[in-house]
Design a protein around this ligand. Structure first.
Ligand SMILES: [Zn+2]
Length: 62
């Protein structure tokens, strides 16, 4: 089955974007991804609050 990751509620917190997507199994998934070049931080969370917290506290290594 092809998983269509349809992001919604995209917000930017500093260099990090947080978005909610449907994981195809009846649950929402929350992703935080840094858009800074050479950072590459990206993680999925079970709750929107956790994803936003990670975005707020993220510090780029570079
Ligand atoms: Zn970063």
């Amino acid at each position: 089955m092809t998983v269509h990751r349809c992001f919604r509620d995209v917000v930017r917190i500093g260099p990090v974007q947080v978005a909610t997507s449907y994981d195809g199994r009846g649950r929402d998934k929350h992703t935080a991804a840094c858009t800074a070049p050479r950072c590459g931080f990206s993680a999925d969370y079970d709750s929107r609050a956790a994803a936003e917290l990670a975005a707020r506290t993220h510090r780029c290594k570079s």
